[in-house]
Design a protein around this ligand. Structure first.
Ligand code: 5GP
Ligand code: ZN
Length: 397
């Protein structure tokens, strides 16, 4: 039978804490999936297809979905969520979705899925938050850096990124240095109705470079094969980050191309953990001043299916990641607008970054998603400036 909706129970019930995580991975199962939904009880999966498929084709998709479910959910133990700050209940003046109003004002212009131009209001808000993050960086005397948007494939290979996050990679290439290829491309290059470029693959050079998925990696590679000064290294940088999120790309909440500001600590374990904690406390004051509704809780990275269970459990067990989750009143949910991360001596070991005593350096970073924090701010405070925190009202003057 040809159908566009298939519905079936998962082989193993998906525990509530994994429903969102598994659902987001279903976008990568098959190109013919238009939408995927898992019932809140974790015992029902609904797959919407882009086109009607035969029973056999449906069975293939179901089998792949079950593989994801089993790999991520079988035997999964619910990690104990540790809450470090809870201000989710702060009263905020707005509860609408900012996107329609942003569109009406011409503040967002979508170039493609997950790629947006931001207008003057959003840009000024980004600058306001950036200044708070720069103040935080200055309070640690962090040294400023500028990192490239591209990153060599061999860098990401070296730190296991391909294994952990293959689904979200974005590749960069160029035409091969060959006059015939370049001439043919220049003459015939055109996009079809889907926006696909018609150039054949063999015109492009082998992939050696990707669009960078994170900011702090660049610093760790800069420090590779070095011995750190006794006081460690504290740095800050802002950069474009790329994570391909397939069907999950939506509004400013989830972008393919977003901007991250990081404050990065490299040194002994105590140095990194102490500074991560001090940074959290300093940001707590900033958020209090504006009356931001959020909470800080332990979290894990969105590892891909095969790596998910092991790596997520590891992160939880060692309290490696805390997220700042801002309230989105209009959908009664939260959004990660930043994170406090500790990588232990992972980068120190893999890249030979040493402490003066010869042992591998520890690293950590505090990262803020600029588009997300501004989106969450508008979701809580709306567009009436009189309702905004006083210190922010002047940004439009
Ligand atoms: P992390 O390294 O913790 O995954 O990301 C750091 C921060 O970057 C997140 O807390 C979030 O604010 C931002 N971020 C991560 N992924 C996305 C995304 O897909 N879209 C947007 N807009 N921001 C993101
Ligand atoms: Zn980082």
């Amino acid at each position: 039978m040809n159908a566009t909706i298939i519905e079936f129970p998962p082989t193993v019930t998906i525990p509530p804490h994994l429903v969102g995580e598994v659902q987001s991975k279903l976008a990568y199962v098959d190109e013919r999936i238009a939408a995927a939904h898992i019932g809140a009880a974790g015992d029902n999966i609904i797959i919407e297809l882009k086109e009607p498929l035969s029973t056999a084709e449906q069975a293939t998709i179901e089998e792949k979905v079950q593989r994801v479910v089993v790999s991520m959910a079988q035997g999964a133990i619910r990690p104990k969520v540790q809450v470090l700050e809870d201000y989710l209940d702060r009263r905020v003046p707005f509860n609408g979705d900012p996107m329609p109003e942003l569109a009406r004002r011409g503040e967002i212009s979508q170039e493609a899925q997950g790629i947006y131009v931001l207008g003057p209001l959003l840009t000024r808000l980004v600058d306001w938050f950036e200044q708070r993050f720069l103040d935080l960086a200055a309070s640690f005397s962090a040294q400023p850096y500028r990192f490239p948007t591209l990153i060599p494939a061999r860098y990401l290979e070296k730190v296991g990124y391909f294994r952990a996050f293959p689904h979200s990679l974005s590749f960069a290439t160029h035409l091969r240095e060959d006059l015939d290829h370049i001439d043919s491309f220049a003459e015939g290059a055109a996009c079809d109705q889907h926006g696909n470029l018609n150039a054949p693959f063999e015109r492009f050079a082998p992939i050696q470079t990707l669009l960078s998925p994170a900011v702090c990696y660049h610093l760790y590679f800069t420090l590779a094969d070095q011995t750190l000064p006794p006081q460690g290294v504290t740095a800050t940088a802002v950069g474009n980050c790329f994570r391909y999120e397939s069907l999950n790309l939506s509004s400013l909440e989830r972008l393919w191309n977003f901007t991250m500001r990081e404050v990065i600590f490299v040194g002994s374990k105590e140095f990194v953990l102490e500074n991560r904690e001090i940074a959290r406390q300093r940001m707590q004051r900033v958020f209090e001043e504006i009356g931001f509704a959020y909470r800080v809780e332990s979290a894990n990275d969105p590892f891909f299916i095969g790596e998910f269970r092991k790596q997520a459990a590891f992160q939880s067990a060692f309290q490696l990641k805390y997220e700042i989750r801002a309230r989105l009143p209009f959908k009664d949910s939260t959004l990660a607008v930043g994170s406090y991360n500790y990588h232990q001596d992972f980068f120190g070991r893999h890249l030979s970054i040493h402490l003066p005593d010869g042992s591998p350096a520890h690293t950590g970073c505090v990262a803020f998603g600029l588009e997300r924090i501004v989106f969450a701010f508008l979701a809580q405070f709306g567009f009436d400036l009189a309702q905004w925190p006083r210190s922010m009202q002047e940004i439009l003057q």
